[in-house]
Design a protein around this ligand. Structure first.
Ligand code: CAA
Length: 387
């Protein structure tokens, strides 16, 4: 067993850390306040090769692997969580197209995602009545000659209004048993009948957009089907396993940013005639936070390593997401506690870190769904192999 990163992984981490410190951190409060979409940072991240980290170079990706991807998302999230979630979901969309798209679809869409020509990609699975119970979606796709005609509604879709391309799940066989009649399609922005709805006003990660999407007689070429008809639900599950590594990595970044800030604060803030870092109550909060974050990172890197080895990693990805997101929520609360009343004000970034951390326990499967996946795996329910 070797815990050392490769030279390339170290290099990527350093590069992204520097970028995040210089370009993301100084503007994060602005993006949070205004809710403005971070177009410019995202374009620069694409230039650095961070939008197709598991995509081969012939399609414009950097193909550096999931461990490097995890490290990069953590560093981005230290600077700006909204930028990190947009990057993470865009990578996931690139991966699903790469894994299941036709050669034509790969050549057409992947270079645009990887280069930043598309500001983002969207993963359109969730519907008003189908969140945790994703197999109960109602959007339909009916074959009509060389096209599929999509009708329905999606909700809470990250980057919905800015994505150049969305992967959309729809029922193609209403008679099939639950989860077996769903298919996945690539839908380009601007396709007639693809309508973007409201952008939710959120508690945190406010600069990432979160939209309703409507499909009204939306005609999509049959070549835009991913995999085979009926494979869609499995495809979504498999991709979410990888996505969960991204969200776990993001949660880690927020947690580290919060406790790094609070630790520096504790060294300079004086009460009772001395820095509050001298008090054991503060020391234990710092010690517990770094211990829990490092433990979470080991789970995240294990899941990333397994994915890179192309062996099953669903349970490990869910463990990583569960533990990292819940840890980030706890650690960001402690950071507020260390700063006391100041921690509750917008003069300091820790209240934002806490708001940004909360959603990591919700999207790409709530903590309760992660526990369900883990328990089913332990109790013997097969969770699919890697592909
Ligand atoms: N990996 C691989 N396969 C999986 C899997 C996983 N994690 N979870 C389920 N499967 C497989 C099962 O093995 C089963 O396969 P077989 O048919 O071969 O037996 C099939 O999928 C159906 O599974 P279940 O019978 O367990 O289905 P279910 O309906 O009882 O439960 C669920 C499935 C795990 C609860 C699933 O619906 C789920 O993960 N829900 C959460 C949805 C989610 O994460 N949504 C996130 C939206 S996207 C997002 O948030 C992105 C963003 O914008 C930030």
């Amino acid at each position: 067993m070797d815990f050392r990163l490769t030279e390339e992984q170290e290099m990527i981490r350093e590069m992204v850390r520097e970028f995040s410190e210089k370009e993301l951190k100084p503007k994060a409060a602005y993006y949070d306040e205004t809710g403005e979409f971070p177009f410019e940072p995202l374009r620069k991240l694409a230039e650095l090769g961070l939008m197709g980290m598991n995509i081969p170079p012939e399609y414009g990706g950097s193909n550096v692997g999931t461990v490097a991807y995890s490290l990069a998302i953590t560093e981005i999230a230290k600077g700006c969580a909204s930028t990190a979630v947009t990057t993470s979901v865009t990578n996931m969309v690139a991966e699903v197209i790469y894994e299941f798209g036709t050669e034509e679809a790969k050549s057409k869409y992947l270079p645009k995602i990887c280069s930043g020509e598309y500001p983002a990609g969207a993963f359109a699975l969730t519907e008003p009545h189908a969140g945790s119970d994703a197999a109960s979606i109602r959007t339909t796709a009916v074959r009509d000659g060389d096209y599929y005609v999509i009708n329905g509604q999606k909700t809470l879709i990250t980057s919905g209004e800015h994505a150049g391309v969305a992967v959309v799940w729809a029922v193609t066989d209403k008679e099939a048993p639950k989860g077996k009649g769903i298919s996945a399609f690539i839908v380009e922005k601007g396709t007639p009948g693809f309508i973007v709805g409201k952008n939710e006003k959120k508690m945190g990660q406010r600069a990432s957009s979160t939209n309703d999407l409507f499909f009204e007689e939306c005609r999509v070429p049959k070549e835009n089907l991913l995999g085979k008809e009926g494979d869609g639900f499995k495809i979504s599950m498999v991709e979410l396993n990888g996505g969960r590594i991204g969200i776990a990595s993001l949660a880690l970044g927020i947690g580290y940013a919060a406790i790094d800030y609070a630790t520096e604060y504790a060294k300079t803030r004086e009460q009772f005639g001395q820095p509050i870092a001298n008090f054991q109550a503060i020391q234990w909060m710092i010690a517990d936070s770094y211990t829990e974050l490092d433990a979470a990172q080991l789970l995240v890197l294990r899941a990333a390593f397994l994915k890179d080895q192309k062996v099953p990693f669903a349970k490990e990805a869910s463990m990583a997401k569960l533990f990292a997101s819940e840890t980030a929520k706890r650690v960001t609360m402690r950071a507020i506690q260390i700063l006391g009343g100041y921690g509750y004000t917008k003069e300091y970034p820790v209240e934002r870190y806490h708001r940004d951390a909360i959603v990591t326990t919700l999207y790409e499967g709530t903590s309760e769904i992660q526990r369900l996946v883990i328990a089913r795996s332990i109790l013997g329910k097969r969770l699919g192999t890697y592909r």
